[in-house]
Design a protein around this ligand. Structure first.
Ligand code: MG
Ligand code: MG
Length: 272
């Protein structure tokens, strides 16, 4: 059952989302060769608590950390480690926070120093696909339309769309209905409704869509060992249209990126 939110609840959820947005922005300044994901996890937990919020993943389903940090061929659910990040790595950082009883949950894939043009393209296409999916989150559409938009855009580049892990409804629980797959057929699945809030999160592999789980019981990696990217936003349907509650602007500020997909999307939506 989809639990829709009132406008007031959506504003509270924006606060929860912004805790995560600010945390990811803070981490963007810390990401350098030599830093460990365990060190990042520690500062992220302190940062979230200083904002008057609670880490959303820590302890949930037995999760031992505040962040999930997935390096290179890791798709999602990577546990922070003592292994230093190195030049050319990519790391997807997924973070959750609870504020006002509501969850924020989103993710960004960062580069460590210079990465190859092939990896750069994987990140760009995956991030762009997130906005393609969000654009399809409108009244009149169904869950399958969102997945279709993401799948079409990324498979056109020869990439693999992970099937086993999906986006989800978001609220007082981290995972609510409906499931939001990153693949789908037009006009299929549940109807999108006013006041729903979802996490849309394409997980896109450079090679095969197939995945496997490591023996730590958490980390999901690509079956062929090729890199994978993950971007996630929290999005509400307000007056029939998608409203992004989270933002990557703190990341862009930290990295000095002026031209980006998020600003372009917001402009596009406003002019429609
Ligand atoms: Mg997430
Ligand atoms: Mg999520």
């Amino acid at each position: 059952m989809i639990i829709t939110k009132t406008r007031e609840e959506i504003e509270l959820m924006r606060e929860s989302a912004l805790v995560v947005s600010k945390t990811l922005g803070m981490l963007a300044s810390e990401l350098k060769p030599g830093v460990t994901t365990k060190a990042l996890d520690k500062i992220a937990e302190e940062f979230i608590r200083d904002l008057g919020a609670v880490p959303g993943f820590l302890g949930l389903y037995g999760c031992p950390s505040t962040l999930l940090t997935s390096v290179n061929e890791a798709v999602v659910h990577g546990l922070p480690t003592d292994k230093p990040l190195k030049e050319g790595d990519i790391v997807a950082i997924d973070c959750g926070a609870i504020k006002n009883d509501f969850y924020g949950d989103h993710a960004y894939t960062f580069t460590i120093g210079e990465v190859s043009p092939e990896i750069e393209k994987l990140l760009t296409i995956t991030k762009e696909s997130l906005y393609k999916g969000i654009a399809a989150l409108t009244i009149g559409n169904r869950v399958g339309d969102v997945g279709y938009a993401i799948q079409q855009y990324t498979e056109a580049e020869g990439y693999g769309v992970v099937r086993e892990l999906v986006g989800h409804g978001l609220g007082k629980k981290l995972h609510e209905d409906p499931e939001m797959p990153n693949y789908g057929r037009r006009g299929r699945g549940k109807k999108l409704v006013e006041g729903m809030v979802v996490a849309i999160e394409p997980m896109i592999n450079m090679g095969t869509h197939r995945i496997k789980q490591l023996e730590d019981g958490w980390t999901i990696v690509t079956a062929d060992g090729k890199p994978s990217a993950h971007f996630e936003h929290d999005v509400a349907i307000v007056e029939g249209k998608p409203e992004i509650l989270s933002t990557f602007k703190y990341i862009y500020q930290a990295l000095g990126i002026t031209s980006n997909e998020e600003d372009a999307f917001r402009k596009e939506v406003l002019t429609v």
